[in-house]
Write a protein that binds this ligand. Structure first.
Ligand SMILES: [Fe+2]
Ligand SMILES: [Fe+2]
Length: 339
């Protein structure tokens, strides 16, 4: 009796316990699975064919050998699957992505963002703007950021490739935390946010795209990954607490962090111009995200990222000013869709 129950449980758990490759092999030999996803040839089985066959297959992982992205090595596989280039899911849930093309008619290759997420950088933004800290709270925010720069200078010195990559892992946190807090507040109070949820989540996504871009230029080492793990655990919770206690100081601190980011990217440019950092061709993901010319170089990427940081600086100082003047963010329209 017991062995029958154990056998039954094992059969139930089998798909979860054994490897995707084993499942894929067994499915392939039984002839029940057809790919629903566009393959490297760009063709798809007729709907009647794949619907009938996958009804019996369920959600089954299939190994796709030598996909176009993996072959090209241009970062698209990294964009889609975090580096796991060779696994695709076959499913009957009808979630196949729509085919998207670029303005020139060629196929859009990035699953992690679409043409309507890309934009042309506003390079006219004032890079020197600085909010002079007036209150004790602002001075605390300012000097906290300045103090955080000391260990960063010691650890990275002038290795700006690594430095900005690590900076982006931190910079992408505040927008997500603030957007999340405002999102929950909007639900609790049955009220609009004035666009601030969208603006702050846009900032978080924009920062994450900075990170994805620099990942194509510089790969983090194991101890840098460990550092990110530890810093994120502390910083996410600290910023969440700070945002609950004082959103005006939390935004002010991010404003100062962004001022430092502008400074770091200016130093990065200086080292590229001095020949200390090689001005390599821009990653493909950056060319499409910022609509750069095909022959763009690393220097062009740093220029547009620096402009983004200046915009984040202005958004966060603006948000802090709104609070300092005794208002709530929702009372003033957020700068949505502007980078
Ligand atoms: Fe950034
Ligand atoms: Fe930023």
């Amino acid at each position: 009796m017991n062995s029958r129950i154990a056998g039954s449980m094992l059969r139930q758990l089998e798909p979860h316990l054994f490897s995707m490759a084993a499942i894929s092999r067994s499915a392939a030999t039984s002839g029940t699975v057809h790919s629903l996803l566009v393959g490297s040839t760009g063709t798809r089985a007729a709907p009647a064919t794949w619907l009938a066959s996958v009804r019996f297959a369920g959600t089954v992982p299939e190994t796709v050998e030598g996909s176009e992205a993996a072959k090209k090595g241009d970062g698209t596989a990294n964009c889609s699957a975090g580096g796991k280039k060779d696994k695709m899911l076959v499913s009957y849930w009808g979630m196949a992505p729509a085919k998207v093309v670029k303005e020139d008619g060629t196929e859009w290759k990035w699953p992690c963002f679409k043409p309507w997420d890309s934009y042309t950088s506003n390079q006219s933004i004032d890079l020197r703007k600085h909010h002079v800290p007036m209150t004790w709270g602002e001075k605390l925010a300012y000097w906290t950021v300045k103090a955080l720069r000391v260990p960063t200078d010691i650890f990275f010195q002038r290795r700006y490739g690594y430095r900005v990559m690590m900076l982006e892992t931190v910079a992408a946190v505040p927008g997500m935390v603030a957007g999340m807090v405002l999102h929950l507040r909007s639900l609790r109070r049955f009220e609009h946010s004035g666009g601030w949820i969208k603006a702050l989540l846009e900032e978080a996504e924009n920062e994450r795209m900075h990170l994805m871009t620099f990942m194509e230029v510089t790969q983090p080492r194991w101890y840098e990954r460990a550092l990110v793990f530890a810093v994120q655990g502390v910083f996410f919770n600290a910023y969440f607490l700070a945002y609950i206690l004082s959103p005006k100081l939390a935004h002010r601190m991010v404003g100062y962090l962004e001022e430092e980011a502008v400074h770091s990217y200016t130093e990065f440019l200086r080292d590229i111009d001095a020949g200390k950092i090689e001005n390599v061709p821009a990653p493909a993901i950056a060319i499409d995200y910022w609509r750069l010319p095909p022959n763009a170089m690393l220097r062009d990427v740093v220029m547009v990222v620096r402009a983004d940081e200046a915009h984040h600086r202005d958004v966060n100082h603006f948000a802090s000013d709104i609070h300092f003047q005794g208002h709530e963010l929702k009372e003033l329209p957020a700068p949505v869709g502007y980078h």
